[in-house]
Write a protein that binds this ligand. Sequence first.
Ligand SMILES: Nc1ncnc2c1ncn2[C@@H]1O[C@H](COP(=O)(O)OP(=O)(O)O)[C@@H](O)[C@H]1O
Ligand SMILES: CC(=O)N[C@@H](CCC(=O)OP(=O)(O)O)C(=O)O
Length: 298
Amino acid sequence: MSETSATETARILSEALPFLQRYDDQVVVVKYGGHAMVDPELSRKFARDMVMLKLCGIHPVVVHGGGPQINRLLDKLQVKSEFREGLRVTDKETMEVVEMVLAGSINKSIVGLIQSAGGRAVGISGKDGNLLMTERFTKTKVNAETGQTETIDFGYVGEPHRVNTEILQTIIHSDAIPVIAPVGVGMDGESYNVNADTAAGAIAMALHAKRLLLLTDVAGVLDKNKELIHELTLAGIPKLIAEGTITGGMIPKIESCVSVVESGVEGVIILDGRVPHSVLLELFTPHGVGTRVSRSGV
Ligand SMILES: Nc1ncnc2c1ncn2[C@@H]1O[C@H](COP(=O)(O)OP(=O)(O)O)[C@@H](O)[C@H]1O
Ligand SMILES: CC(=O)N[C@@H](CCC(=O)OP(=O)(O)O)C(=O)O
């Protein structure tokens, strides 16, 4: 490294100081979406960034998805699966595959990546320590064609109604990074499929996180001209959903952001997991990337 580039590196590191002070000893929940984890090199960088946050005195909590990976295994097993309102309608057979993929292969591969990067990670699902207690999720909607109100039953899809953070506190304070699979447990003791954005939101609220970062495969929320919306206020969201600008997997993501912002978490950001080190860019530079969801756009 030349002397000038070494000086430049030192300057950049020094500029991170106010950000390090802002996040010192704070929890940052990072939702790592299934679409964001398709490139092995990017995944390694993501894992390194988590280790770096921990070494800097920040407490990253990783909640992962795995929708595309679940689809692949369901296809192989020739099990049909349908999405409604951005959520997978989940019968018993599908739930077994969902749990196998989320709490098994994906969870352990993220744990492995963090540990290969020199960190300590503990992988758990929302069933462990009753972390994510869920109720069966249903949604009532007016059918656009018939005008009738219908209640959608998603099967074994859970909505978190209680988050027991003790197990997370134990992991965080033993200098490890929790890596959480979004599988909840119902009052009936059964496993429930929880959308990963919803799980991350519930966990961020329960931990009073400083930031919730949702990493996905788009630059952020796009408007109807496909331009990035840098700042999205709660008041602007219903219209974007009603006019069909926000659809599919972006619906549970945005709904989760709304609850989290309303609960008082001050920074909720949807950002592009395809950009290397997007978490570091968001936390340690003044150049926020992605869409920030806020109460009033301040
Ligand atoms: N207004 C919008 N802006 C950006 N993405 C949108 C929008 N509406 C729908 N989407 C879709 O939401 C997807 C992200 O959600 P999802 O597929 O569930 O990703 P992840 O696996 O990261 O949770 C995008 O890839 C895009 O296809
Ligand atoms: C209820 C529901 O839809 N659960 C999701 C859980 C995984 C997930 O959310 O993964 P991504 O973040 O990669 O989309 C599913 O079955 O696909």
